[in-house]
Design a protein around this ligand. Structure first.
Ligand SMILES: NC(=O)C1=CN([C@@H]2O[C@H](COP(=O)(O)OP(=O)(O)OC[C@H]3O[C@@H](n4cnc5c(N)ncnc54)[C@H](O)[C@@H]3O)[C@@H](O)[C@H]2O)C=CC1
Ligand SMILES: O=C(O)[C@@H]1CCC=N1
Length: 273
């Protein structure tokens, strides 16, 4: 494992998930720091995450080899302006949705090595999925470190065409929320059918885990796995017919197109500020 000092600027949901995943995988806590905007939030994040957290971006950046930008996209330009004078040759990793490497590079004064990463919150338990994109200033060694960072919290893919980061966001960045929504709906429906909330939850979660594990382990396409659950004239067939007639497929497609489009407009709105 290559050890570098990593600072996360912003210690919210996504940074917290990556930090927990990293530490869980044995990355040394002394080599990970974070910053927040106030002393109070720094103290509570430090306690929650088990690493040093301060409200001093400049001091943390001077200490770091790798700077992970983990603030909301709308805060990123102001943050870049603030840290520009302090940054030297650190590798920049941005997890912000939408915002292009060119915008970040421009806001940071140019000539920066920037990796964009679109992770997701299952990183917290080592089951993340990240899409990575590197600008032309990123060296092979820096690419390798970015892979180690993403790989410590799950799996990753590289995209060479940055525009595909919008699609990655629609699939895996936002994707956990779709599955949580589906689980929520299944639990509610199970309760309506008479199960206790606890039983409905236990069965729903294990079924989601089982389906994903099975699909990941066997070399069988998911439509065939679906077919194997559907006995002709049986119960599943009725449920699947009901989903198809209700337009689930189209809803998923529309929702993901809306997600990718939001990522694109975020990028345009914020690049023009
Ligand atoms: N939540 C998710 O599932 C995912 C989020 N992302 C991206 O991660 C980024 C962060 O999102 P979340 O963690 O969900 O947001 P969040 O609101 O939970 O965390 C953002 C944190 O940044 C801090 N912050 C803001 N300005 C700061 C500054 N100048 N210096 C230091 N800290 C500052 C805030 O205090 C807050 O703790 C966003 O750009 C988002 O697009 C990417 C993939 C998935
Ligand atoms: O909802 C968002 O904007 C962020 C980016 C991907 C997941 N959460």
């Amino acid at each position: 494992m290559i050890r570098k000092n990593i600072v996360f600027i912003g210690a919210g949901n996504m940074a917290g998930a990556i930090i927990s995943g990293l530490l869980e995988q044995g990355y040394p806590a002394q080599a990970v720091r974070a910053t927040t905007r106030s002393k109070e939030s720094a103290a509570s994040a430090s306690e929650r995450l088990g690493i040093a957290v301060s409200d001093d971006n400049d001091e943390a950046i001077r200490w770091a080899d790798v700077v992970v930008l983990a603030v909301k996209p709308q805060m990123l330009q102001d943050l870049c302006n603030d840290i520009k004078p302090t940054l030297e040759q650190q590798l920049i990793v941005s997890v912000a949705a939408g915002i292009s490497a060119d915008s970040i590079n421009q806001w940071l004064g140019g000539d920066k090595a920037i990796v964009r990463s679109m992770p997701n919150t299952p990183s917290q338990v080592g089951a993340g999925a990240s899409g990575l994109y590197a600008n032309a200033n990123v060296s092979p060694a820096e690419r390798a470190f970015a892979e180690q960072l993403a790989g410590a919290t799950g799996l990753f893919i590289w995209v060479e065409d940055e525009a595909l980061m919008h699609a990655v966001t629609a699939v895996s960045g936002s994707g956990p929320a779709y599955y949580f929504l589906f689980m929520e709906a299944m639990i509610e429906a199970g309760v309506k059918l008479g199960l206790t909330p606890e039983s409905a939850r236990t069965l729903t979660l294990q079924t989601a885990l089982g389906a994903a594990t099975l699909a990941g382990k066997v070399e069988v396409p998911v439509d065939e796995l679906k077919r194997r659950v559907m006995s002709p004239g049986g119960t599943t067939e009725r449920a699947i017919q009901s989903f198809e007639q209700g337009g689930l497929r189209e809803q998923v497609s529309n929702a993901m197109a809306d997600c990718a489009a939001r990522s694109e407009t975020l990028a345009r709105e914020l690049a023009g500020r």
